[in-house]
Each structure stands twice: as C-alpha cells, then as structure tokens.
Design a protein around this ligand. Structure first.
Ligand code: UDP
Length: 399
C-alpha cells in the first residue's frame, strides 16, 4: 500500500486526515486478517515516528523520510522521487510485493514509477479526482489533471467505491485500459452499532430533552459545514444543538473555520453550536448515538464514511444528493437526500426527523440494517481476488 501524503496511523478529522486514512488502515488490517501481508509506505511527518510500526500481525507501516517533516502540501510533489527511491529500496531488500495499491493521486505517481521499475501490477484508489472536484466548484491545478491522466492510462485496476462513482468516472474520464473494480468501503460494526441515546448524551454531557444534530468531518469548503449551520438556523428551534466534530483541513481550512464563526454570529445561533475537536475514530460512535440526525452536506463525496457510520449506529442521515451519498442514503427509507445543498430543505427534513420520533426510529432501524452490507472483510476479500487476478495477467502497457 502506498499512502504517501497521509498516514493510516494519523488521527482522522482534521488536516489531511479523513476517510482515506480510515480506509487504508481498515483495509490493510482486513487484508492481513485474510492472509494478505500488507506493508503501507507513508511519508514521515515527525522525527519520533519509528521506522516500522507493526499495526497487527501481517500489517506494518513503514515511515519513509522524504523532505522536511512539516513540508506544506503544495511542496509534496518535489519529494516524490526521493520517496519513490526509498520505497523501491525497501521493496527490493526487505519487503518484496506482488502488487501495489496507491491511495490518492500523489501515491499513484509513485506506484506508476515502481510498476515500471519492478514490473508488478498497480491498483489505484483516487479517493478524490480533480474533475469531480471541479464539478463541485473546487478547481485543481493543471498539473494534477495531467498526473491523474497519466495514472489512469497505466493503472492495472482503478478502484471505485460504488456504481455511482464508476458512472461518474466513465463520464468524466472515458474507459480506462485497466479494469474498474467496485470495492465498497466498510464500517467496523463492533464499534458502530445502535446504542442507547440517553447513555450517550450523559457521556457527552448533553441534555436529554433537546434536538441534537451532528456534523462530523474535516472543516473545509468541500464539506460545506456552513450549510449545517444555515440549516440549524432555518430549523428555528432555539433549543436545538448542532455539534461540529472535526478540525480545519486543507489550504482553506482556517478561513472556513473563521467563516463559520462569523456565520454563526450573523445568524444568531452562538448558543446552539458546539465545536468538538477531532475524536478518536471508535469514540465517534458515542456522538452518533447521541444525535437525532447526522447531516452530511458535502459538495462532492466519493463515498462518505460518516454517513455509513451514522447509519450503522441507527441514526437517520440527511445528506447532499452527490457521489457515494446517493448510494448510501435511501431517500425516505434511511434518511433524506437534498439536492443543491439547500439549507431550507435540510431544515425541513431535520424537522421531519425531530418531530416524528417513531418515524425517525424506523429510518434509523432500516439504516442500521442496510449498513450491515458493508464490512471491511468483504472489501478485503474483493481486493484479495483482484490482486491475485492481476498477478496472472499481462500488465497494462503505458502510453
Ligand atoms: N473521523 C474520525 N474522527 C473525527 C472526525 C472524523 O475518526 O473526529 C473519521 C470518520 O469516522 C470517518 C472519516 O474520518 O471514518 C471521514 O471520512 P469521510 O468519508 O466521511 O470523509 P473524508 O475525510 O474522506 O472526506
């Protein structure tokens, strides 16, 4: 596994750490449990990080020194050659591999190079793509567009999360030479399962008798936390609380936090919004269980683990009708899908949930039932078969 720009060991919920970190960590561990030994290579971001961390039997994370520990994200491409050299060296001398799996386009560039140097297949999961982001209004550099095109032209397989994402990929990028494989992410049901709301609220010091709406995720424009705040204001329930769990992320993260603060003032909902710093992954289940509803107002979303985790905890989800969220939320059955991130419509559906507890409980029950389809061991089984198939095929030729 290549996870160049962010480590599976990092705390998700702020900076560059989110769903991809959870995906790499959970998948590599599930693969290891399925008998596929995994080494994840990531860039060292702190001098104290050990060269090798044994996450569990069969899964280790190798920290590679390439550039300053605190290198800004824009400068990361300059250390790709150094990082690639060190990974090749490790693979040749310590840990030979049968297949490479790159996460995010920067890792894809590394894997592409290694494929040619070591003659092994490479699989890529983009997590986000420049053309998809552009459709949501977030523009990326031409360099990134070109880099993604190079990766797509030579990847032996491209993993997408759902058929919705496959359709979107083919619409924007055409048919690649390598195969497109749907590998849905999973959810750790041992942590994310329905539980008692009263106990969860007590644990979080939240009152029992007020509506609680939850937003979980990295604070950046792509995640549209401002829509959550606007929806809270449009709800016109002065007793309702909005919890925002997560921290600033990306170049515009700090500005987005400031924007949120002034929006909260402007809408007069200061006493109703509580910011909570990023929480260890498994602890989030308590936050989900405490909530009446979880809002996911993202501009684009390749999958949306937060929506899946909320459903697994039996909590209705009100989400934007984009990307993977279209697959995860069954409109009117497990939650609601909102077109165009309309805050008034978010508020309308939140009211449906808050004012009709029996209906809300039914949405939650069906969501939890539906979430059972998604397990990391199932995702790992698909990948295991894919890696084996690719080992027996001719590699996609570049150019
Ligand atoms: N997350 C977490 N702690 C936090 C906030 C988020 O563990 O405080 C996790 C969350 O449980 C989810 C992931 O970060 O698994 C976010 O994934 P998602 O697909 O929703 O968004 P992404 O970060 O990929 O855009």
């Amino acid at each position: 596994m290549i996870s160049f720009h962010t480590s599976p060991l990092a705390q998700p919920g702020s900076g560059d750490s989110g769903g991809m970190n959870v995906y790499v960590r959970e998948l590599a561990s599930a693969l290891a449990q399925a008998g596929v030994e995994c080494t994840t290579y990531t860039r060292r971001t702190h001098p104290d990080q050990a060269d090798v961390v044994f996450v569990e039997p069969g899964h280790r994370v190798v920290h590679i020194t390439a550039g300053a520990f605190d290198l800004p994200k824009e400068q990361l491409p300059s250390v790709l050659p150094e990082f690639g050299d060190a990974v090749i060296d490790h693979m040749k001398n310590v840990s030979p591999a049968d297949a490479l799996h790159a996460n995010y386009f920067l890792s894809g560039l590394v894997a592409h190079r290694i494929k040619h140097e070591l003659d092994i297949p490479f699989v890529t999961t983009f997590h986000t793509l420049a053309k998809v982001k552009a459709e949501g209004g977030d523009l990326e550099s031409e360099w990134r567009h070109d880099a993604e095109a190079d990766i797509i032209a030579c990847a032996d397989a491209i993993c997408v999360n759902c058929s919705e994402e496959e359709n979107q990929f083919r619409r924007l990028y055409g048919n690649p030479r390598g195969r497109i494989e749907i590998v849905a992410p999973g959810v750790e049901h041992a942590f994310f399962a329905p539980g008692e709301r009263h106990g969860a609220r007590r644990a979080l010091d939240l009152p029992d008798d007020v509506p609680v709406v939850l937003f979980v995720g990295r604070i950046q424009p792509l995640k549209a936390p401002d829509v959550a705040v606007r929806a809270l204001a449009a709800l016109q329930r002065p007793d309702a609380l909005l919890l925002v769990v997560g921290g600033a992320s990306g170049a515009e993260g700090d500005a987005e936090v400031e924007h949120l603060q002034s929006l909260i003032q402007e809408l007069g909902v200061q006493s109703q919004v509580r910011f909570v710093p990023p929480q260890p992954h498994h602890i989030l289940s308590t936050y989900y269980r405490a909530a009446d509803a979880v809002v996911v107002p993202s501009r684009s979303e390749s999958f949306g683990l937060v929506a899946l985790e909320a459903s697994a905890c039996g909590v209705p989800v009100v989400a934007s009708g984009v990307g993977g969220l279209l697959t995860l939320v069954d409109h009117g059955e497990t939650g609601y899908l909102v077109p165009d991130r309309d805050p008034a419509l978010f508020a309308h559906y939140l009211r449906e949930i808050i004012d009709h507890p029996l209906h809300a409980a039914a949405l939650g029950r069906r969501g939890a039932e539906r979430a059972k389809r998604y397990t990391w061991s199932f995702s790992a089984a698909r990948l295991r078969r894919l890696y084996t198939d690719l080992g027996a095929r001719e590699l996609v030729a570049c150019g």
